[in-house]
Ligand binder design. Structure first.
Ligand code: UDP
Ligand code: MG
Length: 428
C-alpha cells in the first residue's frame, strides 16, 4: 500500500496539467499513487496526460461526462469521491490541474503526521500566482496559515491539505459520502468538505509554502465572479472553447463569427462564463445564414431595417417592434451601428409587435436590455420587468455604461420589478 494518495482533478487545462503531474513525479517522497481524474477533457489536454500514464503509480480515469450533464453535480467533488473509493494510500491529498506541489510537500506533511499520531489533518501555506491568459505572472501573494483551525472553510485551499484516510471514513459514515457534490457547491466544494472534516478534528498548520496555485482569467473563480443567477436575454457568452453562443431564456445558440458580423454584434460584449453554467442552457439551432430565410429563427434583441423603408424595428419575442421616431431611437440609446439590413419581404414575414414609443409608459412592453438608472440604482429590463443590477454585475455582463438611460421613478413604477440580477457567489 502506498503512503499517499494524490487525487488530481483535470478539465481542459492543457497548458498547466502537465506541470501539475510533473510536480508529483518530482516529489522527494516516492511512495505515492496518483489518481488522475479527467472530466472528459478536450484532446489537447488528454494528449498531455497520456504522456505520463505509463508510470505504474499513476491511475488514469476519464469520466466521459456529457457536457449537458456537467452542471448537475460539482464535478470535481464527484470525481474525488470516486477516486477515494478506488485509492489505498494511508494519507489523502488533493491537487488541481493549475496547481503545483513543491518537491518536498509530501515528505514534509507525512513526516509531520508520523510524528503527531493524534493529528489527522494538516494544511500548509500556499503561493498564489495571479496570471494573465498567457500564464505570465501579474502578481503574487501568500495564502498564510492561521493557526489550528476548527473553521477551516474558505481559509484553506483545495491543494494545501493532507488528511488520514481514517478520518475520511468518519465523514462517510456520518454524511453518506466524502465530498458533497451538490452543484450549489461549485464555487467552494473544498470548503464544504473541510467543514465536514472539522466536525471531527481541527486542521493543523505547517508553516511552509508547499504548493503554488495559478489564478488566471479562465479559472472558475474568475469566470463565476459577479455572474448573475439568470443571464439576461441577448447576452453573448463563451466558455473554455472558442465557440460563442447567444443566450435567451434557458437556451443557448451557437453563433458563427461571420454571423456576429452580419448581425452587427459588438464583439466587446462577449462574456466568459464557466462551462457548467454554459452547458446548463439547452442548445438549440445554430445561428447561421438560414435565419434570413426563417424569421422565427432570427435572433431577438436586434435592430432591423429594410431598404427603401425608413422605419427601424427592434426584434423582441420574435416580433418586430417599430421604433416610433428618431427621438425614441435616441432616447433608448439604440445604436445606428447595430442596424441589420434585411429585405422588405423578410421584414413583412415577421409579425408586428407593440411599437416602442418615446414615452416609456405608453410602450406597454419593456424593450429588453435597457440599462436604466433612477436615483442611484441601476436596472436592466428583461422579460418585461425591471431588474435591479449592481455595478459589478453590469461590468461582468459587459453592458455599456455609456448607454445608461436616466428614467423617472414614475416611469419605473409602471412595470413589474423582477428579481435583482444579483451574483451568486463572492470571490474567495
Ligand atoms: N473541474 C472538473 N470538471 C469541470 C470543471 C472543473 O473536474 O467541468 C475541475 C478542474 O479540473 C479543477 C477543479 O475542478 O481541478 C477546479 O476548477 P478550476 O481550477 O477551474 O477552479 P478554480 O481554480 O478557479 O477554483
Ligand atoms: Mg484552479
Amino acid at each position: 500500500m502506498p503512503k499517499v494518495t494524490i487525487i488530481l482533478t483535470s478539465y481542459n487545462k492543457p497548458q498547466t496539467v502537465g506541470d501539475s503531474i510533473k510536480s508529483v513525479l518530482s516529489q522527494t517522497l516516492k511512495d505515492w499513487e496518483l489518481f488522475i481524474m479527467d472530466d472528459a477533457s478536450n484532446e489537447d489536454t488528454q494528449k498531455v496526460i497520456k504522456q505520463y500514464v505509463d508510470d505504474p503509480r499513476i491511475h488514469y480515469y476519464n469520466s466521459n461526462i456529457k457536457d449537458n450533464e456537467r452542471y448537475k453535480t460539482t464535478r470535481y467533488a464527484a470525481l474525488i469521491n470516486q477516486a477515494i473509493l478506488l485509492s489505498t494510500g494511508e494519507y489523502i491529498s488533493y491537487l488541481t490541474d493549475d496547481t503545483f506541489y513543491l518537491s518536498n510537500r509530501l515528505e514534509v506533511m507525512v513526516q509531520f503526521l508520523e510524528l503527531h499520531l493524534d493529528i489527522d489533518i494538516v494544511y500548509s501555506k500556499q503561493k498564489v500566482n495571479i496570471v494573465d491568459k498567457e500564464l505570465r505572472i501579474i502578481s503574487e501573494r501568500i495564502r498564510d496559515t492561521r493557526g489550528v483551525l476548527r473553521q477551516p472553510q474558505n481559509i484553506v485551499d483545495h491543494c494545501s491539505v493532507m488528511h488520514r484516510r481514517s478520518i475520511a471514513h468518519k465523514v462517510y459514515n456520518k454524511y453518506g459520502d466524502f465530498w458533497d457534490d451538490d452543484p450549489a457547491n461549485w464555487h467552494n466544494g473544498d470548503a464544504v468538505f473541510w467543514r465536514r472534516l472539522a466536525v471531527f478534528e481541527p486542521f493543523y498548520p505547517i508553516e511552509e509554502v508547499l504548493d503554488i496555485s495559478l489564478k488566471g482569467p479562465n479559472s472558475f473563480q474568475n469566470m463565476n465572479a459577479y455572474l448573475p443567477e439568470k443571464i439576461p436575454n441577448g447576452t453573448l457568452v463563451k466558455g473554455l472553447s472558442s465557440k460563442i453562443y447567444l443566450i435567451e431564456g434557458q437556451i443557448r445558440r451557437e453563433i458563427t463569427k461571420e454571423m456576429l458580423e452580419k448581425l452587427k454584434y459588438n464583439m466587446k460584449m462577449i462574456v466568459t462564463i464557466p462551462d457548467p453554467v454554459l452547458f446548463k442552457h439547452r442548445e438549440e439551432d445554430v445561428i447561421d445564414e438560414s435565419i434570413f430565410l426563417e424569421p422565427k429563427k432570427f435572433p431577438n434583441q436586434r435592430l432591423v431595417q429594410a431598404k427603401e423603408d425608413e422605419s427601424i424595428y427592434y426584434i423582441q419575442n420574435n416580433k418586430k417592434r417599430r421604433i416610433i421616431n428618431k427621438k425614441t431611437f435616441k432616447k433608448y440609446r439604440f445604436s445606428e451601428k447595430e442596424i441589420v439590413q434585411v429585405s422588405s419581404f423578410f421584414l413583412e414575414a415577421i409579425p408586428d409587435g407593440i411599437p416602442i414609443y418615446l414615452n416609456l409608459v405608453k410602450t406597454i412592453i419593456l424593450p429588453d436590455r435597457l440599462l436604466c438608472k433612477t436615483g442611484n440604482k441601476y436596472y436592466l429590463s428583461n422579460d418585461n420587468k425591471f431588474h435591479e443590477i449592481h455595478l459589478k454585475v453590469i461590468k461582468k455582463m459587459k453592458l455599456p455604461m455609456d448607454k445608461v438611460i436616466q428614467i423617472k421613478r414614475s416611469e419605473l413604477c409602471n412595470y413589474a420589478v423582477g428579481k435583482p440580477l444579483q451574483w451568486m457567489y463572492q470571490l474567495k
